[in-house]
Design a protein around this ligand. Structure first.
Ligand code: CP
Length: 343
């Protein structure tokens, strides 16, 4: 299988076999990393990491991963680029593409904006564009999640039940892309998916349609409920995390000042605060199977999304999940980036 030159923007753009291929590569690179073997697969190549939002795991997975593959990663923030003076996605894509070998972008906070930006860069860049989280999908995260689930359960995870649930967070209105990416990818890979959220926290229409179609094709269930108790019942995997209300977050797209954006953010947090009882605690974990695992993409709002007893407890695999961000980021770069001349 050859994925050289392919953009990695949504998992839905890739076949199940291609996802498996990326995961095999991640597993191979992880084993080599733990043996202390150097895998210089992208010598002298450059990947640009363009962040419109903050990051700990994703940035460091890509920066460390690029170094480990023999490449160099440039960390770029729009505020220090001509993007802040209005340079277009098209021009940015052409120019970075001419100078390097890959462009990875995080643009996740405003619905209906980030994915479009990535697609426009990808249309004009001659190198692969990798999605480090947009408004629709977080495909490097969900690839690491699938890797972690397979590692834990030992390979075949078809027929397992994953509960993807909203949870309360006071820190910020988190993007919808993780739950959207999960319901899309996990249904396609044959897991039964139950999505839970309070009224007003619906996900975007397109990923919901993908999840329904994927579940039908895979012969598994995809259902939506309005409480954590039902979602967690007999689950093998629980993934409770917060996201902001789409309708409110969408108002940020049309805001004309940072003051307006701050006011919308406060409205989002007020709405979140109506549902403080949506927390993953030990009592709720008992609704799931006794050997169920707790997952979270991190950062987690401890004491709000989840109690310390759960996230630090024996069922939590969040740090294995976070480490797998490195191995999957490396797999995606190694499989899609290539040296010139391009064929
Ligand atoms: N899970 C995740 O994407 O973490 P960061 O926001 O720290 O990159």
């Amino acid at each position: 299988m050859n994925l050289k030159g392919r953009d990695y923007i949504e998992t839905q753009d890739f076949s199940a076999d291609e996802i498996d291929f990326l995961l095999s590569k991640a597993t191979e690179l992880k084993a080599a990393f733990h043996r202390g073997e150097h895998r210089i697969e992208l010598p002298h190549q450059t990947v640009y990491l363009l962040f419109f939002d903050k990051s700990t795991r994703t940035r460091n997975a890509f920066e460390a991963g690029a170094t480990q593959l023999g490449a160099h990663a440039h960390f770029l923030e729009p505020s220090s680029l001509q993007i802040s003076h209005g340079e277009t996605a098209k021009d940015t894509g052409i120019i970075l593409g001419q100078m390097g070998h890959g462009i990875a972008i995080r643009h996740d906070l405003i619905p209906e904006v980030g994915n479009r930006y990535l697609r426009e860069v990808a249309e004009h860049a001659e190198v692969p564009v990798i999605n480090m989280q947009c408004d629709i999908d977080h495909p490097t995260q969900t690839l690491a999640d699938l890797m972690t689930i397979r590692e834990h359960f030992g390979g075949d995870v078809r027929g397992k039940k994953i509960a993807v649930s909203w949870a309360y967070a006071p820190s910020y209105a988190k993007p919808l892309s993780v739950p959207q990416g999960l319901i899309t990818l996990m249904t396609r890979m044959g897991l039964n998916v139950t999505l839970a959220h309070p009224p007003g926290f619906d996900l975007m229409k397109r990923p919901m349609e993908f999840a329904q179609a994927n579940a039908k094709e895979a012969g598994v269930n995809f259902e939506v409920v309005d409480n954590m108790d039902d979602a967690f019942a007999d689950a093998d995997i629980v993934y409770p995390k917060s996201w902001g209300a789409y309708d409110l977050m969408l108002q940020k797209r049309d805001a004309t000042s940072s003051k307006q954006i701050d006011a919308i953010e406060q409205d989002c947090l007020k709405l979140n605060a109506n549902h403080k009882e949506w927390i993953c605690d030990e009592k709720l974990m008992k609704r799931a199977k006794s050997d169920a695992i707790y997952m979270h993409c991190l950062p987690a709002d401890r004491g709000s999304e989840v109690t310390d007893a759960v996230i630090d407890g024996p069922q939590s695999i969040v740090f294995q999940e976070a480490e797998n961000r490195l191995h999957t980021a490396k797999a995606i770069m190694a499989c899609t980036m290539r040296e010139r001349p391009f064929k």
